[in-house]
Write a protein that binds this ligand. Structure first.
Ligand code: C2E
Ligand code: MG
Ligand code: MG
Ligand code: MG
Length: 280
């Protein structure tokens, strides 16, 4: 106690540390019950064809309504779900929900509509993953071609040969594979060309630099790489018309970002993209 008293900064630091640790424990504790309390929901964000402006798909993004006043976006708690392993069961729920919703949208609004679902490395490595994908599709009566699974570069690096085998099995089902946050990881370009990948989602970080000539050159190089490998691109984080115009000039591809739509509830998404007449 005496030693601490003579080092006030250390005491303060300790306190701040333990408070942060306690908050994190509380958060984890709450997360453990969030699923059974039905506090998770999905927000959907449109993915748009840059040439035709048509909304062709939606990405499902996890949301946590922790209390009536606390609504969290995925960025704030996904890492905790991964740390605790909870992402495996929550991720399965996400997959099932998104497939059910996609089936409804296809049935009632747009028969070719697709849904894109984020997959954590832990899910991809799980022995039952392929079975879970098949179950989700079967339960929703959704054709495999309507589903896109988003996988990060880091997930492919952890156990490359196991990941390759899993991707091949996903592909054999007819499900598409997108590499998420493309350009921020360390994937080997030579390996990328040998994996059954349908598209790369170019990280929003690159869109931020489009106002500089060097940023545009870099963007163009990424798109050309994708084209050389015969892979589609989805430009993430498009917030301005200027960014969109630059990308549209670079080639046939897709875009996602606040310019086209914010992540939103099923009701809002349906109204905004399928029943526009009602808004007029
Ligand atoms: P992501 O897959 O790259 O998703 C895009 C993130 O960028 C989302 O954040 C979205 O809200 C945000 N965003 C969309 N358009 C724009 C834009 O124009 N500008 C900016 N600045 N941001 C934009 P969110 O929902 O917080 O998700 C963060 C990350 O959490 C996701 O990144 C994804 O990696 C992960 N995630 C989300 N839902 C799930 C899920 O169900 N399962 C797993 N395993 N991961 C998920
Ligand atoms: Mg994603
Ligand atoms: Mg992304
Ligand atoms: Mg991203």
């Amino acid at each position: 106690y005496c030693a601490k008293k003579s080092q006030p900064h250390l005491v303060f630091y300790d306190k701040a540390m333990s408070q942060a640790a306690e908050l994190k424990l509380q958060l984890i504790n709450n997360l453990r019950h969030a699923h059974s309390l039905k506090q998770f929901t999905l927000a959907y964000q449109c993915i748009v064809d840059l040439q035709t402006n048509q909304t062709i798909a939606a990405e499902a993004l996890l949301r946590w309504q922790r209390s009536p006043t606390e609504y969290y976006e995925a960025a704030n708690f996904i890492s905790l779900l991964e740390e605790t392993g909870l992402i495996v069961s929550v991720g399965q729920w996400v997959l099932e929900q998104a497939c059910l919703q996609a089936a409804l949208w296809r049935q009632h609004h747009q028969s070719t509509f697709r849904v894109s679902v984020n997959v954590s490395p832990l899910q991809l490595e799980h022995v039952d993953f392929i079975e879970q994908v098949i179950n989700a599709l079967t339960m929703a009566n959704l054709p495999a071609e309507a589903l896109i699974l988003e996988i990060t570069e880091s997930a492919l690096l952890r156990q490359p040969e196991q990941a390759r085998a899993t991707l091949n099995r996903i592909k054999a089902l007819g499900v598409s594979i997108a590499i998420d946050d493309f350009g921020t990881g360390l994937s080997s370009l030579s390996r990328l060309g040998t994996l059954p990948i349908d598209s790369v989602k170019i990280d929003a970080e690159f869109a931020l630099r489009l106002n500089e000539a060097s940023g545009q050159k870099l963007y163009n190089a990424i798109i050309q790489l994708a084209q050389a490998l015969e892979i589609n691109f989805i430009a993430e984080g498009i917030e301005t018309q200027q960014q969109k115009d630059i990308m549209t000039g670079m080639g046939q591809g897709f875009g996602q970002g606040f310019l086209f739509g914010y992540p939103s509830t099923v009701e809002h998404f349906t109204q905004a993209f399928f029943t526009q007449k009602c808004l007029a």
